[in-house]
Design a binder for this molecule. Structure first.
Ligand code: FES
Length: 164
């Protein structure tokens, strides 16, 4: 198959073959698929269910049970704000609000409509001395303020424009 749809399932088939299409390997299969797509697309989960001989409901059940799995696409840039105790005391909530306003997100909508940003809150990152901490695409930014947060988003956007 040469179209994009076919290519998508080629990769899934490769993963399924590696795990011998065994239902007991469902979790590692889903983990690899998520690494590939950054989320679990619905059509792929249905495909996996058929391939391993189980019902789509069972696959969805596993995917929704583990918080590690995500069923919605993530943005190109993932911004994680620590909301552990030390960061919370140092006003991480203000940073979350700033990001939500800047990216037009809210408690339910975590990914921007242009799929450029996903905002996540995480528990203590183990860098409390740098509180409040924001991790943007695995890069740690400490002692964040509202102003620095806006600058950070601006520089990511400028980087996107430069690479367009
Ligand atoms: S509470 Fe944020 S790094 Fe520890």
């Amino acid at each position: 198959m040469s179209n994009a749809f076919g290519a998508k399932f080629d990769k899934v088939c490769e993963i399924l073959d590696r795990y011998e299409k065994r239902p007991t390997n469902l979790i590692p299969i889903l983990q690899e698929i998520q690494e590939e797509y950054s989320y679990l697309p619905e059509d792929v989960m249905t495909y996996v269910a058929t391939a391993i001989g189980t019902s789509p409901g069972s696959v969805f059940g596993v995917a929704t049970f583990y918080s590690h799995f995500t069923l919605t696409p993530k943005g190109k840039h993932v911004i994680r704000v620590c909301d552990g105790t030390a960061c919370h005391v140092r006003k991480s909530a203000e940073i979350i609000k700033t990001l939500e306003a800047e990216l037009n997100l809210n408690a339910e909508k975590k990914t921007s409509s242009d799929l450029m940003f996903t905002l996540e809150t995480v528990a203590c990152l183990g860098a409390c001395g740098l509180a409040p901490v924001v991790v943007a695409d695995d890069e740690v930014h400490g002692a964040m303020t509202k102003e620095k947060t806006i600058e950070l988003i601006k520089s990511i956007r400028e980087g996107e424009v430069a690479h367009a």
